[in-house]
Design a binder for this molecule. Structure first.
Ligand code: SF4
Length: 165
């Protein structure tokens, strides 16, 4: 009886290891990712760098008006290392503040993984780093937003839904 039990446990452990080897690293739980993997999970869509509006029922609405630090042609932050100091409202997402992930866009890689969902088919990690599928799918804000530094008007007039169609 005992030897049989040991064999079963060994088989179980082996299966667990084999499963984790077969899984892509981005399919692993968020809290197990290294810092480099955590950073690489970001798809670079830039949606989290757009101003949002919140109604009385806490519903969030994206606009196409971007943070002053966003390069609107590339959707890259122009001062990523100092973004939190320069823009206090900018949330630096980490494994320790995942409660804030629900303020992120529905297609955000961190939000999807925190909810146990797979990355979308267009995610750059599924295309050797290429952002082209994401652009074609309408999730990349590059070229589809204006900087708040240049914007004059009412944000309520700039509500958009991603993906753009
Ligand atoms: S929305 Fe999420 S995946 Fe997209 S750029 Fe922001 S943090 Fe990265």
């Amino acid at each position: 009886m005992w030897p049989q039990l040991v064999i079963c446990l060994t088989a179980f452990v082996f299966q667990g290891d084999a499963l984790s080897v077969l899984m892509k690293w981005y399919e692993q739980p968020l809290h197990t990712l290294s810092h480099v993997q955590w950073e690489a999970l970001c798809d670079g869509c830039g949606q989290c760098c757009l101003n949002q509006l919140q109604d009385e029922e806490d519903n969030l609405y994206s606009t196409d008006v971007a943070c002053q630090l966003l390069d609107t042609d590339t959707a890259r932050c122009t001062d990523y290392a100092h973004r939190s100091e320069r823009v206090p409202a900018c949330v630096t997402l980490t494994p320790d503040n995942l409660d804030d992930v629900y303020f992120m866009p529905g297609s955000c890689a961190y939000r999807l993984r925190a909810e146990g969902q797979p990355l979308p088919e267009w995610h750059p990690l599924r295309h050797e780093g290429s952002k082209e599928p994401m652009k074609k799918a309408g999730y990349h804000v590059a070229g589809h937003c204006v900087s708040e530094a240049k914007f004059k008007g009412d944000l309520e007039d700039r509500i958009v839904t991603w993906p753009l169609t």
